[in-house]
Design a protein around this ligand. Structure first.
Ligand code: ZN
Length: 500
């Protein structure tokens, strides 16, 4: 067993190295790469992907995993070695089902589509993107055909990002959430509206980045194991246990975009930085699912970063850095950064309406893959849902169904549910941390964030991908995922802000 395990571990570490090298090329593509380098970069990434896929699906890798599986299945969930075998089996079982010809066709299609989208979106040019979207639906359905035992075509895509989640479970979750969320959105939007004017102004970009670095450091981001750069869309990437990077963007007329992007990405980065070093360099060194990953970014961005205690400490620092805020009191600022305003753009949405944007996309993806909606009817279907769910008219395609990078750069389906799962879990984890440490708010107001970070390190981060998401949530919070902590958090917060 020992020799087989060591051989498998070495192979998996090499596959992990290839994946991390691809991430480094991806980071470079998003931050530094000149335009004319894009084609060859796409080819280099595809080559690495093919080699890694070949190594994982090779017969000798499969034989090793088979020989080790009965041992691994008998070990407790927290045994890292056994977890590595189980995760290798799960990933390999997925990969062997998908012909490499389909994988190549998909990556070629998505890179072509992404470059078409960057020019077509600003021109509201649906005609160019329509045949490409039709091809995406066809490819997603071919992908689904590789997993004939799954109930819904989109389940084949969801299992890659959120294991254990299905269309059925997501629908149930979303229905439950919608029933409680929609009345709350209605009461908030019909109450006296909060003023966001104090956020309008001109803010030097370099000063914004300085302030954000200070915040990042204070809440626990370790610049010796990471760095912060600029990119059009903020993201976090893991290049190794000692190199977890974040990016942001700074707009002169909007201080909150940069600030909350940084807190969000730091939340993702703290997860990766907190993974047990024993897992480093192998398959388990990474977040366990999109939903759990997003819970960490949302927890820091919303539960902490939009809270009063956080600003008790940081508001004087902000006022010092930006004289614009000198005569604006903290409660006006707090109301402004938390105000609810139904809008067209998902990434700009407030905490309360964000999930409605996600649900619209999820419903449309399901309908497309079920054959109930044709791509030619997508803009109308999109606009109708924005009218019924958010009471908004969509004036242009670029602010409508062409807005999200997801549909134009990767598989159609299987990604959006992770955002709402993340929001729900953020409150559940935060509640559990507060139950263990009732004085967190008092600590935040003094600029101490280490107690919360250690709780998350201990109960969420350190496991990497060694526990399943369900197991992780149960162990950390004592119960399976539930919307109750999230709805109580939203209800308490917005009742207070809007005097409901
Ligand atoms: Zn995120």
């Amino acid at each position: 067993m020992n020799q087989d395990f060591e051989t498998l571990k070495t192979k998996l570490a090499a596959i992990t190295d290839l994946n991390l090298a691809a991430s480094a090329l991806g980071w470079d593509q998003a931050t530094m790469l000149p335009d004319l380098g894009a084609d060859q970069r796409g080819r280099q990434l595809a080559t690495i992907g093919r080699i890694a896929h070949g190594m994982l699906t090779a017969k000798d890798t499969g034989d090793l995993i088979s020989r080790l599986s009965s041992w691994a299945n008998k070990q407790p969930a927290e045994d890292f070695d056994a977890a590595l075998v189980r995760e290798a089996r799960r990933l390999r079982d997925l990969e062997v089902e998908v012909p490499s010809e389909l994988n190549s066709a998909m990556s070629e299609h998505y890179s072509k589509m992404y470059s078409a989208w960057t020019t077509a979106r600003p021109r509201n040019d649906f005609a160019t993107l329509k045949p490409l979207l039709e091809k995406s639906v066809e490819l997603s359905l071919r992908f689904a055909d590789c997993f004939p035992n799954l109930e819904h075509p989109m389940d084949s895509l969801i299992q890659y990002s959120d294991q254990g989640v299905t269309v059925r479970s997501t629908r149930q979750l979303f229905n439950e959430l919608r029933q409680q969320l929609v009345p709350l959105v209605k009461s908030v939007t019909s109450a006296k509206q909060l003023d966001g004017d104090c956020l309008s102004g001109e803010f030097d970009e370099l000063a914004q980045l300085d302030f954000c670095k200070l915040v990042a450091k204070q809440i626990g981001y370790d610049f010796q194991r990471g760095r912060m750069d600029l990119s059009p869309h903020p993201f976090m990437t893991r290049l190794s246990g000692g190199d977890i990077r974040i990016t942001t963007r700074a707009r002169r007329d909007d201080l909150t975009d940069c600030l909350f992007s940084v807190i969000h990405e730091v939340g993702h980065a703290l997860y990766e930085l907190g993974i047990d070093p024993k897992l480093d360099g192998n398959l388990l060194a990474g977040g366990v699912s999109s939903g759990v990953h997003e819970s960490q970014s949302r927890l820091w961005e919303n539960c902490v970063g939009r809270g009063k205690a956080f600003w008790d400490y940081f508001y004087p620092v902000l006022q010092n850095q930006f004289p614009h805020f000198k005569n604006i009191n903290q409660s006006t600022f707090l109301a402004a950064i938390n105000r609810v305003e139904p809008g067209l753009i998902r990434v700009d949405a407030d905490e309360l309406t964000y999930n409605l944007h996600v649900m619209i996309r999820f419903d449309l993806e399901c309908q497309l893959l079920e054959g109930k909606l044709a791509i030619r009817d997508l803009p109308d279907a999109w606009n109708a849902l924005y009218k019924s769910d958010l009471n908004l008219d969509v004036p242009s395609l670029k602010d409508g169904c062409l807005q999200d990078v997801h549909w134009f750069s990767g598989r159609l389906g299987g990604a959006f549910q992770g955002y709402t799962i993340g929001n729900i879990l953020s409150a559940q984890f935060f509640d559990a941390a507060k139950a263990a440490h009732p004085n967190l708010d008092a600590e935040f107001s003094k600029g101490h964030f280490a107690t919360l970070k250690s709780w998350l390190n201990q109960h969420v981060h350190r496991w990497g991908a060694s526990l399943t998401p369900d197991e992780l949530v149960k162990r950390a919070t004592g119960k399976p995922m539930t919307i109750e902590p999230y709805m109580s958090y939203l209800t308490a917060k917005y009742s207070r802000l809007y005097s409901l």
